[in-house]
Design a binder for this molecule. Sequence first.
Ligand code: ADP
Length: 285
Amino acid sequence: YMDLEEETGEQKETMDGGCPAGRADGEAADSARGQIVFDRVSFHYPESETMVLHGITLKIAPGEKLAIAGENGSGKTTLIKLLCRLYEPTEGRILLNGRDIHTFSYGEYIRNIATVFQDFAVFAFSLAENLAASRRYDPEKVWEALARAGLQEKTEKLPKGIRQAVSHDYEEDGVNLSGGEAQKLAIARAVYKDAGIVILDEPTAALDPYAEKEIYEQFFRHLAEETMISVSHRLSSCRFCDGIAVLDQGRLVQLGTHEELLGQPEGKYAEMWAMQAQYYTSADA
Ligand code: ADP
């Protein structure tokens, strides 16, 4: 899904979807920041007649951590593409803080959204540039974001501080980030962008359950105020979220917590969970 982020990059001056370093004006950062409503959203792709989303109505509260679950092809990615304005709903509307997202200018809108991919692409630039996803950055804000993401101490120890190159193996003076540190950098990026909404696209490959729990705890701790939508390609991470929206063939079929949904044995979620348990029997302690 790396190309999702590139596709949103209509404005070419930055690497992460066109948000210039920092928030130029406070306009979209009002008090109601981060509420999203899908209002009877249906959608088919331009090159196809087949409806892939059917009348999705879903309200996501500011600060809520919502997982989107569903089998392959159920519409999870499409829903996120609509939220990122890669396409317009065929029917219905998506509202940000009560306002149809297509009434904002693209640049004004997209600065509300930070996308975090758990592949955590790290570019061959300095730490600060990586964090700001731009050649231009505000050093004070970079340090703030590093502190919030728990990377301040590590950075202070680097000879060049935030100007240290993030390395690939062949760069001798670059800093190598561990997997956990790369995650923290991803968190710091979202913090730096100061977006009210964070979209987290989960890796498709299984992580060990302990590492997975750690990651989600990190994200929730450091992005407590942000609304977070996590696209779950596996179910195991859903239980860390406040709520789970279950899609089945483009329809929203269930909404609830992990426990609530497991308590509905006839439901899609319980069915998927049982399927998955065949593969993860001992790993779910
Ligand atoms: P998920 O993320 O849950 O796996 P997707 O949102 O990727 O599901 O896909 C939902 C449906 O939309 C699938 O039937 C898929 O084949 C279809 N689809 C995805 N992308 C396109 C596209 N660019 N054009 C036409 N159909 C698409």
